[in-house]
Design a protein around this ligand. Structure first.
Ligand code: SHN
Ligand code: NAI
Length: 215
């Protein structure tokens, strides 16, 4: 069994080359564009959604079948055509160039796979079954969506702003560490879930920091 290793990639303005323009490519490309990637799509045909994205300048479309050389300079490669032999050629070229590649028709031919993804603002949950059951991955992701509610978005924005403020104060490492650990114990998530949370102003943040340092 392959033991896949999870990481979170920053794709802003990174060149991602996708081979194929069907339903599977569409699902991958929509998520890539949302993550800020500069998508280059090589395919003789496109779905309606992909055509609209190309028309709007949100991706670059090269309107022809894949040819060797297409993936040069890519940060990531997706082989998502419906021609398994073409996908295998793309995978071979990617490997020879040392580029990470996803192969839609046969996971083992590639070096990474796409998880089911749940987002709540700054929270990202990725679910993989290591390819055992893509539909199961989608279903488990949906179940997690019922457990991890919308309140996580404001909660993580709140955590981020307090953490930023604590780091800005340039406290001795011991105190800073103590404050950052305390932060995880503040029960604002429940207040956010129940809709009773009132935004902390600069004074409340100051008070909390002073009190936590005294304790
Ligand atoms: C290995 C992997 C590689 C990769 O794509 O990166 C892969 C491979 C394959 N998928 C196939 C089929 C389907 N895939 C889906 C759906 C999704 N597939 C996704 C990921 C992955 N699919 C990676 C493993 C993820 C993991 O489990 O760890 C999701 C999670 C994410 C995404 O694609 O964005 C997304 C859910 C999005 C969502 O809704 O949340 C559906 C359901 C549907 O379309 O509604 C079907 C049809 C039903 C079925 O067959 O189960 C086939 C057979 C093709 C054939 O018949 O020839 C292969 C080929 C093979 O098995 O090698
Ligand atoms: N990983 C996944 O999540 C899934 C993968 N699959 C696999 O992915 C493949 C693609 O699925 P769909 O997008 O539904 O197929 P599709 O038939 O809707 O689209 C295929 C696309 O590939 C393009 N294409 C064909 N030959 C090409 C070439 N030489 N160069 C560049 N582009 C080329 C076509 O023009 C078309 O745009 C399936 O054949 C299947 O093996 C299928 C379902 C889910």
């Amino acid at each position: 069994m392959v033991k896949y290793f999870p990481i979170m990639l920053e794709l802003q303005d990174q060149r991602v080359v996708v081979i194929g323009g069907g339903a599977v490519a569409e699902r991958k490309v929509v998520a890539l564009i949302e993550a800020g990637a500069a998508v280059v799509l090589v395919s003789p045909s496109l779905t309606g959604t992909l055509a609209a994205l190309a028309e709007a300048g949100r991706l670059s479309w090269i309107s022809r079948p894949y040819a060797p050389g297409d993936i040069r300079g890519a940060f990531l490669v997706y082989a998502a055509s419906n021609d398994a032999a073409v996908n295998e050629s793309v995978a071979r070229e990617a490997r020879s160039l040392g580029l990470p590649v996803n192969v839609a028709s046969r996971a083992e031919a590639g070096s990474f796979i796409t998880p089911g993804v749940l987002r709540r603002g700054r929270l990202t949950v990725a679910v993989s079954t290591s390819g055992a059951g893509p539909s199961a991955a989608a279903k488990i992701t949906e179940q997690l969506a019922g457990i991890l509610g919308e309140e996580y978005e404001p909660y993580l924005d709140w955590l981020h702003s307090l953490r930023t403020e604590i780091k800005r104060r340039e406290l001795p490492p011991e105190l800073r560490g103590r404050l950052l650990r305390r932060l995880g114990e503040v029960d604002v998530l429940n207040e956010m879930r129940q809709g009773t949370f009132i935004e902390w102003g600069a004074d409340e943040i100051d008070d909390w920091i002073t009190r936590s340092l005294e304790e």
